[in-house]
Design a protein around this ligand. Structure first.
Ligand code: PLP
Length: 363
């Protein structure tokens, strides 16, 4: 039965189902139109209800960061990429217990990971597919030089229990607005072409070149070396992805519902959503202050936060909400805000249609 979301205890996470489904369909249509495989990253939603929609729309598989995400998503999809260094015996042993039907691919950037993964795959009696992680400029994980990519690919190809399948990278350093990415995308294409051609020469042609992020997603076809894209945030979008030009404000599917709890100090309102609901993440790659914006008054932002208080300064805005009024906030970063909630309320036409557990939260 649907009911009015005004009955929710706040702060609460809301997902606008129509917008979510449009975002899922748009990513799938783009990938299909450009002949690129789509493997969305589930870290944004961690919810089987959302992942099912992505798979139904045509995603070839899902990308996960944690063992918990892999375990939960194994019930939704039988083709999973673990895009995080596979380090730690306990983690590896746990991941090897994923159902046999799951085609598991793991990204590696070190020979020690290859050895440990090979031993774990052999012990579990399964074949694990491997992508070599290539640092294309973010300087987070990945080997930064082409000869090192080839050396690691050789090590994978020689390791029992493992099957070399290609390369992966995360262009998280490309965070400029969409129309200012030309040089960075050209550089990305050049780096990937160099790695692919060196691997071909070495007799290890990569079947997969996995890449992609939300800020670059609509320009993936301009990097033709990429065979598979992994947007995460685009399923919900947020204040950052709109600031970068990747989405329009009315495409944002994720909001936090909060209640005005104090107006005692003139010129400001205090809501019951602070850093433990909205997350303390600045806008990245774009100008703008605050931690979240009011959905229907985006010029108003949460300027200061305690853990359970958010303070919106009204400035010249004539809006004067009363204590008890509800406000919907668009966080700077949907993925980390979502992670503060056990469940999201799925909203259609202003009413709660369903409640979706955020099952893959936690460890
Ligand atoms: C390895 C990897 N792939 C894909 C993504 C998705 O990026 P975005 O949320 O920008 O779409 C992330 C995000 O952190 C990531 O770390």
């Amino acid at each position: 039965m649907t009911h009015d979301f005004a009955t929710l205890a706040t702060p609460a996470a809301l997902v606008d189902v129509d917008r979510l489904e449009r975002n899922v369909a748009a990513a799938a249509a783009y990938a299909a139109a450009h002949g690129v495989a789509l493997r969305p990253h589930v870290k944004t939603h961690k919810a089987p209800a959302v992942a099912r929609r992505q798979v139904a729309a045509g995603a070839v598989g899902l990308t996960c960061a944690t063992p918990r995400e892999l375990e939960v998503m194994a019930e939704v999809c039988d083709d999973l990429l673990w895009a995080h260094p596979p380090v730690g015996a306990a983690k590896l042993a746990r991941v090897m217990t994923l159902p046999r039907a799951v085609r598991l691919t793991v990204a590696v950037d070190d020979a020690s990971q290859v050895a440990a993964l090979s031993a774990a795959a052999l012990a579990a009696g399964r074949t694990v597919y491997v992508l070599v992680e290539f640092d294309v400029g973010m300087r987070r994980v990945g080997v930064p030089a082409v000869p090192a990519v080839v050396a690691l690919a050789r090590a994978v190809a020689a390791a029992p229990g493992l099957a070399f399948d290609g390369i992966t990278c995360y262009p998280g350093h490309i965070r400029q607005p969409m129309d200012a990415q030309n040089d960075a995308l050209r550089d990305l294409q050049a780096r990937l072409v160099a790695a692919v051609s060196a691997l071909r020469t070495a007799g290890l042609p990569p079947r997969v070149v996995s890449a992609g992020s939300t800020p670059t997603m609509w320009r993936t076809h301009e990097v033709p070396a990429i065979t598979e894209m992994r947007p995460g945030t685009s399923v919900y979008h947020d204040r950052t992805t709109v600031a970068l030009g990747t989405a329009a404000w009315d495409e944002i599917a994720f909001t936090v519902l909060a209640t005005v709890v104090s107006t005692a100090i003139p010129g400001q309102v205090v809501i019951d959503a602070g850093s433990k609901a909205l997350a303390r993440e600045p806008l990245r790659g774009a100008e703008g202050e605050g931690w979240a914006a009011v959905q229907d008054r985006p010029h108003l932002v949460v300027q200061r936060m305690s853990e359970e208080h958010g303070i919106i300064e009204l400035g010249d805005d004539p809006w004067r909400p009363a204590v008890g009024d509800l406000v919907r906030l668009v966080p700077n970063h949907a993925c980390v805000a979502m992670h503060n909630f056990d469940a999201v309320s799925a909203i259609r036409d202003g009413r709660i249609a369903e409640t979706w557990p955020v099952t893959a939260r936690g460890r």
